[in-house]
Design a protein around this ligand. Sequence first.
Ligand SMILES: NC(=O)c1ccc[n+]([C@@H]2O[C@H](COP(=O)([O-])OP(=O)(O)OC[C@H]3O[C@@H](n4cnc5c(N)ncnc54)[C@H](OP(=O)(O)O)[C@@H]3O)[C@@H](O)[C@H]2O)c1
Length: 271
Amino acid sequence: MPRSGIGIIGCGAMGAALARGIASSGAVSPADIRVYDQDKKRAEAAAGEWGLRVAAGPEVLLQKSRCIFVAVKPQDVAGAVNSWKEHFQPGAHLLISLAAGVTMQFYRELLPAGSKIIRLMPNTPCLIGEGAIAMSAGSAVGAGEAAEIKELLGGLGLTLAVPEKLLDAVTGLSGSGPAYLYLFVEALVDAGVNAGLDHESASKLALQTVLGAARMLKESGRPPAELRREVTSPAGTTAAALAVLENRSFRGSLIAAVEAAVERAGELKLE
Ligand SMILES: NC(=O)c1ccc[n+]([C@@H]2O[C@H](COP(=O)([O-])OP(=O)(O)OC[C@H]3O[C@@H](n4cnc5c(N)ncnc54)[C@H](OP(=O)(O)O)[C@@H]3O)[C@@H](O)[C@H]2O)c1
């Protein structure tokens, strides 16, 4: 029987965001999206909002779906795949993995030869449709199939194709990236309070500054250095602040932090 549906295995934060993002893209009818979790309540919660179907088991999901999204924790991938791999057909299915650090080679060793595998590296803003997702397609995946998956993910944010070897770099930049920004905002709020603002006002101003600057970057399409120069008049207040940041290796610290995350992603790999 030809399959056209979408199946999502694992309905935690990412699986639920995926279900919501795909359903909201309108590319697939909710009745063609099936979710499964070993905790049925989580699957029901992910399905509820958009009227998706809850599969009774992974084998039902594989019977009815062509695209199988794997959104369980990396350490649970082998157990999950082993429990349904006899239902996986290379000619009929496409496996799309969200598991951080689980390589295509890891899946190839579990699944039949010629299986089509795609890896995604999302980040938490996918939960509000503003994610940054890197996508890497295995050699068995056709260009049309990769384009179809990219379109399906439209409701989760931006999707960018990268070679698999660069997924650790993506993990260090955009995967962990939201945490860097949260720390930046925390520090900016502390600085505002230190300078005399009350906490609530400092929080509102810091958040709006980050949002506004991000929108300026996105909507103007201009390089960040150019926008920064516009805020920096000679011998002015911003120049004084930037000199302190440069002297204290703000830029160097961020580069070293991303390098550390990339290195750690390599250490955590399952291949
Ligand atoms: N969250 C992020 O920011 C983020 C970012 C990038 C990538 N990812 C990747 O996305 C994947 C999911 O992350 P998450 O944060 O959504 O994890 P999560 O909240 O732990 O959700 C995973 C869900 O899968 C269930 N599960 C475990 N084994 C299963 C099996 N064999 N069959 C069906 N369901 C099973 C879990 O149930 P139990 O709780 O009972 O085990 C849980 O409900 C991970 O591989 C992670 O690397 C996450």
